[in-house]
Design a protein around this ligand. Structure first.
Ligand code: HEM
Length: 95
C-alpha cells in the first residue's frame, strides 16, 4: 500500500482526498485494487460502494471499533482482496 499511497498510507487522513481548491481529488482507478480497473473492472462497484456506506453508517452509529495494537496490517493482492494476517478489532456496543 505504501508503494501506491506513500509512506503515510496507514494514517487516518481524510484530507488526503481533498485538493488545494477544496474539491475531491481524482485518483486513477488502478490505484484501488479491490474492484480493479479497465474494460473488465467490476460492474457492481457503485452498487457495492453504496451498500458498504449504508451498512458502515449503521454499524458505526451503534458500535465502537478499536484495531488490536501491534497487529500486522498487510493486504494480499489477489482476485479477492484480503488481509494477510486478518484484522482483529475490539468491538464495543455504544451506550
Ligand atoms: C465489495 C464488493 C465487490 C468487490 C470487491 C468486487 C470485485 C470485483 C473484481 C475484482 C472483479 C474483477 C475485475 C477484473 O477482472 O478486472 C469484479 C468483476 C465483476 N463484478 Fe464485482 N465486486 C463486488 C461487488 C459486485 C456487485 C454487487 C456486482 C453486481 C451487482 C458485481 C458485478 C461484477 C461483474 C458483472 C463483474 C465482471 C465484469 C467483467 O468481467 O466485465 N460485483 N468484481
Amino acid at each position: 500500500m505504501r508503494s501506491i499511497w506513500g509512506e503515510d498510507a496507514l494514517d487516518f487522513k481524510p484530507e488526503r482526498w481533498i485538493s488545494d481548491s477544496g474539491d475531491l481529488r481524482h485518483e486513477p482507478s488502478y490505484k484501488f485494487m479491490a474492484f480493479n480497473a479497465g474494460p473488465r473492472a467490476c460492474l457492481g462497484k457503485h452498487v457495492a460502494l453504496m451498500q458498504i456506506k449504508i451498512v458502515a453508517v449503521e454499524i458505526i452509529q451503534k458500535y465502537d471499533f478499536e484495531v488490536t495494537k501491534g497487529d500486522k496490517i498487510k493486504p494480499v493482492p489477489s482476485v479477492i482482496l484480503r488481509m494477510k494476517h486478518g484484522l482483529s478489532v475490539k468491538v464495543t456496543k455504544k451506550i
